[in-house]
Design a protein around this ligand. Sequence first.
Ligand code: 3PG
Length: 307
Amino acid sequence: MKKVLVATEKPFAKAAVEGIQKILQAAGHEMLLLENYTTKAELINAAAQADAIIIRSDIIDKDVIAAANNLKIVVRAGAGYDNIDLETAKAAGIVAMNTPGQNSNAVAELAVAMMVYAARNNFNGTSGTELKGKKIGLHAYGYVSKAVAAIAKGFSMEVYAFDPFVDNNVMVEDGVTPVSDVNELYSKCQYVSLHMPATAQTKKSVNYDLLARMPKGATLVNTARKEVVDEEGLLRIFAERPDFKYMSDVEPDCKSEIAEKYTGRFYFTPKKMGAQTSEANNNAGLAAARQIVAFFETGDTTFQVNK
Ligand code: 3PG
């Protein structure tokens, strides 16, 4: 019997937690639950007892790893794993995994909802615009982008994508036009939706030079990570381009400056909520539980991200 800690500062829907518990119990494991915690000390204390941990955006850093003496596996129930210190985990013999694709539809729906909200002037009653016939550029083309592309096509948008790591045929098969130069994506598309992970290469990569290329009525949608946008460049664009809007599922650090000066040209969710649907919680949470069961039963490391 292993102790599997579900540590979620932002909890899963109740049904997802019940589903996780069922899977773990059926495999003979015990679930420990730490929800809505407010201090790192609580996470460290709980991690000290765990053989496995399921997390969301919860931070698994050196201190947590140092305290978790029995820990063999941590699964990020979701896509981005920039919240796990992968190297330290690897050095401690801890397998880190994610659950790719499991919450992507929820994030995609939010991205499109934010575009509609921007196009309709934050629902303030004034005459807005429609998405039909407009161009959307997907910056990176993974599971979320694929889902955004499908929804955007339902709105009769023209869909373009830039991703140097994805074969053009993947996009073409989805009815998406591949763009080989990121500058061209921003020059062409009034709407740009960000879908890359936060890595050393992507952090601050959405900069002034790219944003300045966007056509009139530019709207940047960020359901990825705040770190991928260069906030100095963002503030400069806000100041220079009264037509520029920024919709983000992560509050930027410069939120108060934008809120103070640029009313009506932004929307920021108070808490990251792209993946906050019962469906996404179920998909990602249950996948995480199954991956842990398979890891302990057969040594399956299919979704390991720190090999
Ligand atoms: C992800 O990387 O899967 C999303 O950003 C969702 O993050 P969350 O589980 O913290 O909501």
